[in-house]
Design a protein around this ligand. Structure first.
Ligand SMILES: *Cc1c(COP(=O)(O)O)cnc(C)c1O
Length: 369
């Protein structure tokens, strides 16, 4: 059920359902058994989504998604480790930067921004450099929307004996991720992405077999997922004040996720949003930054119209006045803007959004007819 607040066509925070918002109307004691049970239920459900009950644990963490990316690297990559980041966009660069800042040895395999990363080049790089212990991959690079070949990268890492860390922030719960087929040491996502919760907590799946070796890796107290996990297992509680309302909202969002039909149903709805968006925008003469075969139903980057009358700020405000929030581009060399397909919306809202885009462009004199 929708309410009348603005529709966010952004990659998080995103539009949440009324039920999810209403789940935040109650206060919880962080030490209380009821809240501990809520945390445990959320963790169990998260593990079920990747079929990870046997081989993985999930460790929730306070903060936005990046806090969990930083925590995952700090916890899982040993201090003498060497991380290779596959870089085809802004979130890849962020992973490399935070790993460098904490003092890990980092190499970057620079790839074109408008293509998925190349498994062949990864393989070559790993064969040429034995010192690389870990590979960092962004599953869906939200900067452009391109989806990277997770299964192939996992297979190469397995074959060449390297460990894999996946930022699946904007893909988890929408694109298939099944740890019966994939092997990774850590995979990261957050409450406010495709699970359609509110922002405020991340979570990291860590392979059980490596857990003990993660003790004392972290340079940071608050980002130490080993410590968070050990404490939570022992007490049922978070180490420091938990984002109680965010956890309650996520628990309610997970109920709706199950009711909808889980990951396949969510992907289906996002795909309908995506198709609605793409066909309407193409009809208006707008083109996508990525080639059609590289587009994803998560977020779409559009080239800004080549017209002097187009100004993103003006465009943004005109669309906002009609109730829809767009997202600026994240590319340096080309003028773009982005439209998210994720969140508690259907193609009905998406159709209204593209109508709003159309009338904004007409008002600006960019679109005729
Ligand atoms: C959203 C997102 C993040 C986390 O960003 P925050 O602003 O810290 O929540 C990290 N990686 C990807 C790919 C994302 O889409």
């Amino acid at each position: 059920m929708m309410d009348d607040s603005q529709i966010l066509l952004t990659p998080g925070p995103l539009t949440t359902s009324l039920r999810t918002k209403q789940a935040m109307l109650k206060d919880w004691g962080s030490w209380d058994a009821d809240f501990n049970a809520l945390t445990a239920t959320v963790c169990r459900q998260l593990l079920d989504i990747i079929h990870g009950q046997d081989d993985y644990v999930v460790v929730p963490l306070q903060g936005s998604g990046t806090f969990s990316v930083e925590a995952a690297i700090a916890t899982v990559v040993p201090r003498q480790g060497h991380l290779l980041v596959l870089d085809n966009g802004a979130y890849c660069k962020r992973m490399a930067k935070l790993a460098t800042m904490m003092g890990r040895r980092v190499s970057v395999l620079t790839q074109p921004e408008n293509r998925p990363v190349s498994p062949e080049q990864l393989e070559q790089t790993l064969m040429q450099d034995d010192s690389i212990t870990h590979v960092g991959l962004i599953h869906c690079e939200t900067g452009t929307g391109v989806v990277n070949p997770l299964q192939q990268v996992s297979d190469i890492c397995q074959r060449l004996g390297r460990r894999l860390i996946v930022d699946a922030m904007s893909s988890f719960a929408a694109l298939p991720i099944d740890c019966r087929e994939l092997v990774f040491d850590a995979l990261i996502s957050a409450s406010g992405k495709c699970l359609e919760g509110v922002p405020g907590m991340g979570f990291v799946f860590i392979r059980q077999a490596i857990l003990e070796s993660c003790r004392d890796n972290s340079y940071s107290l608050v980002l130490d997922l080993y410590d968070q996990h050990v404490y939570m297992t022992r007490t049922g509680q978070w180490r420091f004040t938990p984002p109680t309302h965010v956890v309650a909202a996520l628990a309610e969002a997970l109920v709706q996720f199950e009711q909808e039909g889980g990951q396949p149903a969510r992907l289906e709805r996002y795909t309908q949003n995506f198709q609605c968006l793409l066909s309407a925008m193409t009809q208006m003469g707008l083109s996508t930054y990525l080639k059609p075969e590289d587009l994803s139903p998560i977020i779409v980057t559009f080239n800004s119209p080549e017209d002097d009358r187009f100004d993103f700020k003006v465009f943004y405000n005109k669309v906002k006045a009609q109730g829809f929030i767009l997202y600026p581009g994240k590319l340096t060399e080309v003028e773009t803007f982005r439209v998210g397909c994720i969140g508690a919306i259907s193609s009905v809202q998406m159709q209204k959004a593209v109508n709003a885009v159309g009338s904004a462009l007409k008002e600006m004199g960019v679109l005729h007819g």
